[in-house]
Design a protein around this ligand. Structure first.
Ligand code: MLT
Length: 332
């Protein structure tokens, strides 16, 4: 099936608005989503839009543009920083190049559960990372989508050991921590924009990639991938960001409504993940995907990635003490 046509048609009507003009003064906001409609980005975005409209008595409305229509996820950070785009929901790993301290959240195997993800994003550490992101990237995190662990998919063979991984061409985001993780596992991954990933998998330019079950499902990767390995190296967090310029241009009441709607949409996202991940996994199996676990409880994957990757990124996350503080917050 033609994926692009299939996914884009329902939303093409709105594309003429895309990046047309800054809308800082308007109350008709535009929100970019990197994923197709139907995943956790969409769920967070639609809930946020509904809440914001209700909280402002219809004065603030948000139109969603899924499937990277407003640019690749990394472009949306730049566009929002310049005030050309209002909101974006994107994977945290695509924010890291602009705001390196959020790399703390993608250091392999730091987050070991959905509750860990909640603790780090909603506590003092999350507040500090939000402040840093305003300072470094010109965007403010006002909500979080919780998308589950990024699992490895590929079209060639069942992967359980690091030996099985050898020879596979794996796409990763342009994220140094993720590149280093695969290097620690013995292969050189292929960095590539998210918006190009489906086509690259379809055309067999790359063999595989990693993303959560919900994203694999929303992006219809089951049409181009056969095998899933339940690695748990990164729990996918997808912040809802607003241009800081746009935020500062809003009246206080709208700013407060944005912050409140973001908090409530975040709670909704957490509940949505708990309610849907199992059935989505079952659906992918029913569609013919084969799921396996990494050998030996993932021991070798964990050991290699944590030993080689963590020390390389102490400086960029703000010092080893930031990792120590995260571990303390997680009770480890
Ligand atoms: C990526 O792999 O670039 C992102 O995690 C994709 C996404 O935002 O779902």
């Amino acid at each position: 099936m033609n994926f692009r046509k299939h996914v884009l048609l329902p939303v093409l009507a709105a594309t003429s608005l895309a990046l047309a003009a800054p809308s800082a003064m308007a109350q008709n906001f535009r929100m970019a989503l990197g994923d197709a409609a139907g995943g956790t980005q969409w769920e967070l975005g639609t809930k946020f839009a509904e809440l914001l409209e209700a909280k402002t008595d219809g004065k603030a409305k948000v139109a969603l543009f899924p499937n990277s229509q407003l640019g690749d996820e990394t472009d949306t950070v730049n566009n929002a920083a310049m005030g050309l785009l209002d909101f974006s929901v994107l994977a945290i790993n695509n924010v890291t190049p602009f705001s390196p301290t959020v790399g703390l959240l993608t250091l392999p195997y730091v987050i070991q559960s959905a509750d860990d993800a909640k603790t780090l994003t909603q506590g003092d550490i999350g507040k500090e990372l939000t402040e840093n992101t305003i300072r470094d990237a010109g965007v403010r995190i006002v909500g979080w989508a919780y998308s589950g662990f990024r699992v490895l998919t590929n079209s060639k063979r069942k992967v359980e050991t690091l030996d099985d991984l050898k020879g596979l061409v794996i796409r990763v985001p342009r994220n140094e921590i993720m590149i280093a993780s695969y290097q620690a596992w013995g292969i050189n991954p292929t960095p590539m924009a998210w918006s190009e990933t489906f086509t690259a998998l379809q055309q067999r330019v790359v063999d595989g990639q990693d993303n959560p079950y919900i994203t694999v499902h929303a992006m219809k990767f089951d049409e181009v991938q056969k095998y899933i390995t339940n690695i748990r190296y990164i729990f996918s967090l997808e912040p809802l960001i607003i241009s800081e310029q746009v935020f500062q241009n809003q009246p206080a009441a709208i700013q407060q409504a944005i912050l409140d709607a973001g908090r409530e949409a975040t709670d909704h996202s957490f509940a949505y993940l708990q309610a849907t991940e199992d059935s989505i996994r079952a659906e992918l199996t029913a569609k013919g995907m084969e799921i396996s676990d990494p050998a030996d409880g993932e021991r070798e994957w964990i050991e290699k990635a944590t030993t080689a990757v963590w020390p390389k990124f102490y400086a960029s996350i703000g010092g080893k003490e930031k990792l120590d503080a995260a571990m303390k917050a997680l009770g480890r």
